[in-house]
Structure formats: C-alpha cells, structure tokens
Design a protein around this ligand. Sequence first.
Ligand code: NAD
Length: 334
Amino acid sequence: MSKNIEMNTLGGSDVVVTGGAGAIGSRLVKRLLSENVARVLVIDNLSSGYQWLLPDDERVEFFRGDVVDLPQISLVVSRPIVYHLAAFFANQNSVDHPLDDLRTNGEGTLTTLMWAKEHKARRVVYASAGCSIAGHIIDGPIREDMPVSLHMDTPYQITKALGEFYCNYFNPMVSTVRCRFFNSYGPGELPGRYRNVIPNFIWKAMHNLPLIITGTGQESRDFIFVEDLVDGLLRAAVVPEAGGEAFNLGTGIQTRIIDLAKMIIELCHSKSSIEFAPRRSWDNSFHRQASIELAHSVLGFNPQADLREGLAKTVNWFLTNRQEIERALEGSML
Ligand SMILES: NC(=O)c1ccc[n+]([C@@H]2O[C@H](COP(=O)([O-])OP(=O)(O)OC[C@H]3O[C@@H](n4cnc5c(N)ncnc54)[C@H](O)[C@@H]3O)[C@@H](O)[C@H]2O)c1
C-alpha cells in the first residue's frame, strides 16, 4: 500500500449508511465493523436492497425508511460519518422512471446533506458515478478535473451529477467527498432487470442460458471489485485533505464485454452461448476508464483484485447464496 492511512480515526464512530442494504452498502457495513466503529445505522427502503445482506452484529441498527424522510426517522447520533449510497439504480431504470429517479437521487441527496449539517456530521461521503460526470465524449482515462458535460445520456447521470452540485454547495459547512464509482461488481449484487452486467451474466451462465451482449462486445468498461471500492470509501472518510474533493474509484483497466462474457462462462463451467442485441438507445459510451492517479496520491487508494480473481469470488458467492437469490428473484423479470 503506497500510503498509510490512519483508519483508526473511524474507531468508536457513529456511522450512518443510507442504502446500506444494497450491493455496495452491505459490503461497506461489513468492513466498517471490522474497523471497530461504535455503531452503523443503516437507512434503506429495501427497494433494491435486502436485509439478509447485512451482517448479523449488534452494532448494526437497521431503519427501514425512505431517505427523503430522514428527518422523521429518530436517529440519535454523535458527530456521525455519513455515507450516502441510497439511490434509484440505475441508467435504464431512470429512463423508465425519471420522476422516481429525481425523488431519490435529487431530493434524497439534498435531504441527507441537510440532515448531516444539522447533526454536525464529521463528513459526508457521496456515491457518485463515473458514467455521470464526463458524459460520453471521452476516449481514454477520465480524470476528475475534466469538464462536466451538459449532455448526459440518462436521468440517472443527471441526478448523480446534481448530487455532486449539492455536495459542493454544502462543503465546507459539512465536509463532503464525492466518490465517482466505476463499474462495481462482487459478492452482494443480485441479478435483475436494472442491475449490472456481471451479476446478470453470472446468473445466466449458472443456468446455461445465452449471455446477451447489447452491442458488439468490443465496448469496454472499468470493473472494480467491491472490496477495493469499499477500501476507497473508508479512506475517503478519514483523509483530512479529501474534504471538498472528488475521486474516481475504478481500476484504470478496461475490459471488453466479450472478454468478460467468455471469462464468466469459463468460471461457471457453463454451456451458455454468447448472443448479440442492438445497443440500448441511450448508451453512447463505448469505452469507459478511470484515471485513479488522484485517488492514489491523496487517498492512497490502490485496488488489489484482478478481474479473474474477483469474478471467481463473486461466482462462489452466487453458489453459496443460490437459494436466497432465487427467493429474491421470484416473479421478477431478468
Ligand atoms: N454498482 C455500481 O456499479 C455503481 C456505479 C456507480 C455509482 N454507484 C452508486 O453507488 C451506490 C450504491 O450502488 P449499489 O450498486 O449498491 O446499488 P443498490 O441498488 O444495490 O443499493 C442502493 C440501495 O439504496 C436503497 N434505496 C433506494 N432508494 C432509496 C430511498 N429512497 N430511500 C432509502 N433507501 C433507498 C436500495 O434499497 C438499495 O439497498 C448508489 O448510489 C449508486 O448510484 C454504483
């Protein structure tokens, strides 16, 4: 690790995690407990998360509720660190339901920041999205200081950027850090119509169903293993110089979707075929790759997992949790 960060500043803290029952939030909660925080208060309406993903630990307090109602949820906290991960996920969902997207990602983020200010939060770490800020025109690594596009592809990208505007407005009344996640994958993310490509490919491969690539397969993304992402989130909460800044949390490595599909078929020992469908009308990003230089130098962020290793762990998680996943998916369209 290039830079030693004093993680023990988290010890004894109250930490609020909105969206803590989600794919990334549940992994963050687990990791926070290992950093000896005093309590983790999870606010989640379970619209795309699951309580069974949360670790069974008396320091975790779960509040089922909507983030826009945060002021009505009686939370007793002392100078908390707030992770704001609750979101209407994600691009296609926002195209289909733009008002729901605005309510959670826009109003929900504003409400969270107001609540954090009122409760004298030590820091708010906001889950932004790498797909949002730079739009689709960039070929090559996306840096944090690149201009913000006014031509975004989906309502989700617009509202994720809106959240960043609010973070900047509130900083330094509340210290905010904007983390721009690239494509996260790993244990904890279930497949689903509006979910990411990796859990959907794994689930299809486990059932020997065709993996459908929307495009030619030459498109590439920067896939980051969820535990590496969570490591970046921990750092974002404790590094003093991070206040007011934005950081890409990716790997800096591009993977073509066709290579991803082949790797998953192999890891699942699957008989699935690969098929192609037209690109989604809003998807204008052929390649997406993070520059992680800033996160590396300021946060000491240094993602460790290589893709094959991360995928193998993810497949293993699917096999271990097959029954819960099947139950969760009952009646839903993939
Ligand atoms: N997964 C990725 O690749 C990725 C990429 C970029 C950004 N992000 C951001 O990271 C965060 C976490 O993503 P994730 O992959 O864990 O998604 P997720 O859908 O698994 O988690 C979001 C959680 O928020 C909860 N939620 C939704 N609306 C809510 C509301 N109104 N009130 C309270 N809770 C609500 C959901 O039930 C869910 O548990 C999100 O903010 C997302 O926009 C994720």
